[in-house]
Design a protein around this ligand. Structure first.
Ligand code: ZN
Ligand code: ZN
Length: 241
């Protein structure tokens, strides 16, 4: 399987990343990727940027050489009812929206509560990808989550940084992949790079998908056509049509 886009990257602007937006875009081009997602942590994450950052994406070129640039965010779950740290209007203006749980700002709960929180956000219609749903700190019911993601056409992320950032996440990641296969749930493979040299690193995620024989049709960033098809008609994605 070939991954043509890295839809989840960070820069030094969140204050725990180490590269600039320019370095991230240039590295994506060097890696031969066809699209890159700029998905800085939302304002709910302590120390990250405020809404003005996301509102100034107008100055970022949506195409650099052959590289398509998606100006998005990694929104934070802020309440168990599915509330994120953006309004729906703000999310609608972004090219791509990942919604994730982070221990710095997101509440945890029972398997039922965390799964319900993610489902409620998916139902709102502005979330494209649930980020790293394999986090052991945020237990999910893989079967229920995969079914809901399939229903709302949201992709579940296979995050290449999970082994380092979320130790012990692999068993849940495998459960999610197995459930996604049963429900036909879309998946996304991303690096979650916090340093530009990590952009386009997918080895762990691809090993799992290969071992578990996931068809590439289920992975939204396994071809540019699939990515365009996935993003077309979703909120106001103004770059890729
Ligand atoms: Zn994250
Ligand atoms: Zn991230």
């Amino acid at each position: 399987m070939n991954i043509i886009a890295d839809l989840h990257t960070h820069t030094l602007l969140c204050r725990h990343g180490f590269s600039t937006v320019t370095e991230v875009m240039e590295e994506a081009g060097r890696q031969g990727l066809l699209a890159v997602g700029l998905t800085e942590h939302g304002p709910g994450y302590p120390g990250s940027v405020g809404w003005a950052y996301f509102n100034t994406y107008r100055d970022i070129p949506r195409k650099v050489g052959d590289l398509e640039v998606l100006c998005g965010a990694e929104a934070n779950f802020m309440k168990l009812d599915g509330t994120l740290d953006f309004t729906d209007d703000q999310l609608a203006k972004l090219d791509i929206v990942i919604a994730s749980c982070h221990k710095e700002c997101s509440p945890s709960g029972t398997e039922q509560e965390v799964t319900g929180m993610m489902t409620a956000a998916m139902k709102q219609g502005y979330v494209d990808i649930i980020g790293h749903p394999d986090n052991p700190i945020y237990p999910v019911n893989a079967e229920v989550l995969a079914a809901a993601a399939a229903k709302y056409q949201v992709a579940l992320e296979i995050n290449n940084s999970s082994p380092a950032a979320r130790p012990g996440s692999e068993p849940m990641c495998r459960q999610i992949i197995a459930a996604a296969k049963r429900h036909g749930t879309l998946l996304a493979v991303n690096s979650d790079a916090h340093y530009h040299k990590v952009v386009g690193s997918f080895a762990y995620a691809l090993r799992l998908l290969t071992e578990m024989e996931v068809p590439e049709e289920q992975v939204i960033n396994s071809s540019l056509d699939r990515l365009h098809h996935f993003l077309s008609g979703r909120h106001s994605c103004n770059m890729i049509k």
